[in-house]
Ligand binder design. Structure first.
Ligand SMILES: NC(=O)c1ccc[n+]([C@@H]2O[C@H](COP(=O)([O-])OP(=O)(O)OC[C@H]3O[C@@H](n4cnc5c(N)ncnc54)[C@H](O)[C@@H]3O)[C@@H](O)[C@H]2O)c1
Length: 248
């Protein structure tokens, strides 16, 4: 049996100007959803949202008042929210002894506070509409360690565990909201392509038993699955989409 269509569903995707979030916004659009796309990259967001015929909102996920305004806008305009994808995030390479506290705090503000604030402010509206699905973007580095990415690993580990705790809160509340995390391996996105040389990307490719990086659409399709009724008995789960990276 084919899964339900997303026609008429209201979906919010953070970090949607490009990369994985951009692909997720495209995938939900192709499935008929109304997508609200947010990002800090104003012009890129506007271009992508316009090309998809969707709404772009300039918003930093670390800004709590911005979350209040965003959720109110969605309630006023659509009256409901069915799907939240907390995708915005970033990382850098630095050993623990080299990390400046302000850089650590900014990374945590985006990767961890952003996911916390998204769920805090979206859940009441989703619950009033009868439930829905939250997908939080973690990483393979939210379950295994990696030298040089202590801050990123700590932030994605927090996303992994926050997802499970909130999944249990929602199940206990009986509000109909499922909460799961996705754990991509390395994905060919601007953040990877812009910061790494071809030789470095070859090294990353070899880390994956499937001997390649993911295409952003492969992560987007996994997001659709978790948000769909095909995943109706999944909550608090980690979905690894990593070409076998964490299987060994
Ligand atoms: N690319 C990978 O290999 C990979 C692997 C595992 C997990 N991830 C995760 O997937 C998510 C998307 O990564 P990507 O590779 O597409 O990165 P990307 O840099 O290509 O895209 C991320 C988007 O998020 C936006 N963003 C960053 N900070 C923001 C903020 N404070 N508020 C709102 N938007 C913000 C950026 O402007 C950008 O448009 C991130 O959470 C990342 O950690 C990526």
């Amino acid at each position: 049996m084919a899964r339900d269509s997303f026609a008429g569903k209201i979906c919010l995707v953070t970090g949607a100007a490009r990369g994985i979030g951009g692909a997720i916004a495209r995938a939900f659009t192709e499935e008929g959803a109304q997508v609200v796309m947010t990002d800090v990259l104003g012009p890129e967001l506007d271009d992508h949202a316009n090309s998809l015929g969707q709404i772009g909102v300039h918003h930093d996920v670390a800004d709590e008042q911005g979350w209040r305004d965003l959720i109110k806008m969605i309630e006023d305009r659509f009256g409901r929210l069915d799907i939240l994808v907390n995708n915005a995030g970033y990382g850098w390479l630095k050993n623990i002894t080299e990390i400046a506290l302000e850089d650590w705090r900014r990374l945590m503000a985006v990767n961890v506070d952003g996911v916390f604030l998204g769920m805090k402010h979206a859940i009441p509206l989703m619950a009033r509409g009868g439930g829905g699905a939250i997908v939080n973007m973690s990483s393979m580095y939210g379950t295994v360690g990696n030298a040089g990415t202590a801050a990123y690993c700590a932030s994605k580990g927090a996303v992994t565990m926050m997802t499970k705790a909130v999944a249990l809160e929602c199940a206990e509340a009986g509000n109909g909201i499922r909460v799961n995390s996705i754990h991509p391996g390395y994905v060919r996105t601007p953040s990877v392509a812009e910061t790494l040389t071809t030789e470095q990307i070859d090294v990353l490719r070899a880390l994956h038993p499937m001997d390649r990086l993911a295409d952003p659409m492969e992560i987007a399709r996994s997001t659709l699955f978790l948000a769909s009724s095909d995943a109706s008995f999944m909550t608090g789960a980690e979905l690894h989409v990593d070409g076998g990276f964490t299987a060994r």
